[in-house]
Design a protein around this ligand. Sequence first.
Ligand code: SF4
Length: 266
Amino acid sequence: MKKEDIKKLAENKNLISGIYNYCDRWCERCAFTSRCMNFAMTREQDTDPEASDITNEKFWQSLSEIFKATREMLEESAEELGIDLDSIDFEETSRDEGIKDKIVKNHECCRAAKKYYEMVDKFFESEYIPSLQVVDKVQVQNAAEPKKSDGPDGPATLDEMVEIIYWYHHFIYVKLMRSVRGTLGNSPEVLEEFPKDSDGSAKVALIAIDRSMAAWGHMHTFFPSHRDEILTIIVHLDRLRNRVEKIFPQARNFIRPGFDETNPSR
Ligand code: SF4
């Protein structure tokens, strides 16, 4: 994709600015694909199967074109704003970033989120696969089938629950890392009058936690012999949710572009 194409896309008034910053990246389930620049750029790549195949040279060519276009746009903006990109002290910056990385990774929420995805991996490695092999089909058929009427976010089938849990299990960690990082200064947070990126990221993490808890809740039905393990995971997620809400008290109130607006405009 060329710089001109990206600029043309960015001028599209139908797109919602920054919507992709606070979504869950689950494009197949997103109602805003037609209004998302990230989706438009990805689709451009997807129309050419070779360009979306990581083992094909065309994929890397396409990626390198996007990087090149981004770099050119960055240079143009820096020039307009009078910023000298070469004046950045990379040594000092990377030292600062290294310190921040450590703080973020050691934050209680990030540690708990990491523990959660490890618990999920362990459950699916040690419980789910053998359980699926022995799971009694009659039992599954007779189980109280979670219905779509649970709500748009509610899981409907075992596969769907597993899909939800898998989709979000790393995502929660990544989003919380970003939230915590946003509180460490030298970030967009310095603009106090604007909504905080850390709250937005924490909100997305909270939504992912809510949905994961709902999915785990339904897992009981299918794996009655694993209730204790499932309960332990739900309790862990509940504690994490409480901590996130306490540390980011404004997160639930954050208005995400598109998703939380009645008439989303550009
Ligand atoms: S806003 Fe929707 S379409 Fe865009 S990246 Fe996020 S999930 Fe995908």
